[in-house]
Design a protein around this ligand. Structure first.
Ligand code: ADP
Ligand code: MG
Length: 249
């Protein structure tokens, strides 16, 4: 059993069977990559894990508890954090202000009316956000408008915002899409560092094979809504079925 266990998950959109009987287990503290051609159902699968879509059939268990029927907020509280395909940061706010948002959200929900306790909470949030920027190697950018940063730095900020919630499972949907090579390499280094330093499991959807082979401990190839093969990276490279279906050889 893994930290994430997906069993027989199917999802249909009208006449289109986007996922059929997907079974996949993600081992704790591993980096599990999900690859496959465009339209294979990768994002649909991810959306089923975070409560954005509800599968028609099957089960999704995180740390032994079902995520199905829970809201995205509840699933986030369970310890699953997701990085979107396009960065979800607030361009008009500074880097530090962006980082403060999830730090506010991860406090307990109790609304404090007392001015002193409000102030203390704010100070606490500021400290947490600043420490997180140091952790992300972004302290020097704290006053910059988020919109003016490079794509790689925007991604770094967004990943930091996710990590500030201390998730046990980080989900990434094509985190290097549209990036220049230097930004891609930067993102690879960041994810490697996170993998080494933190007690975290990462599931990553990725098109760029350089990224996949740099990071993944395990790879699942999805084709037409079904897992075609799951194996270690070195076996995926040489697998003729994979080369045919995905690598286009
Ligand atoms: P991938 O991320 O692997 O490229 P997706 O999961 O986005 O693939 O899409 C799988 C299939 O489901 C595609 O054919 C896509 O057009 C279709 N699809 C995805 N989301 C929806 C939706 N909300 N409504 C209808 N069809 C959808
Ligand atoms: Mg997608």
């Amino acid at each position: 059993m893994g930290i994430l266990d997906i069993k027989d998950v199917s999802k249909r959109f009208g006449g289109l069977q986007a996922l059929s009987d997907v079974t996949l287990s993600v081992k704790e503290n591993s980096v599990h990559a999900i690859i496959g051609p465009n339209g294979a159902g990768k994002s649909t699968l991810l959306n089923c894990l975070v409560g954005k879509l509800i599968p028609d059939t099957g089960s999704v268990m995180f740390d032994g508890k079902s995520v199905l029927g829970r809201s995205p907020y509840e699933i986030n509280q369970m310890g699953i954090s997701r990085v979107f395909q396009t960065p979800e940061i607030f361009g008009d706010l500074t880097v530090l202000e962006n980082m403060m948002i999830p730090c506010f959200a991860s406090r307990d929900g109790a609304f404090e009316l007392n001015a002193l306790s409000q102030f203390m909470k704010q100070r606490d949030v500021l400290e947490t956000a600043e420490a997180m920027l140091v952790d992300m190697n972004m302290a020097d950018k704290r006053g910059m408008h988020a919109a003016s940063m490079s794509r790689g730095d925007k991604r770094r900020l967004e990943i930091g915002m996710c990590l500030s919630q201390n998730p046990r499972l980080l989900l990434l949907d094509e985190p290097t899409a549209g990036m220049a090579r230097a930004d891609t390499n930067n993102t690879i280094d960041l994810l490697k560092e996170i993998k080494e330093k933190r007690d975290i499991t990462i599931a990553i959807i990725e098109h760029d094979m350089h990224v996949v082979f740099s990071l993944a401990d395990r790879i699942t190839v999805l084709a037409q809504g079904t897992p075609l093969v799951e194996d270690d990276p070195q076996n995926i490279r040489g697998n003729p079925k994979v080369r045919e279906a995905y690598l286009g050889e």
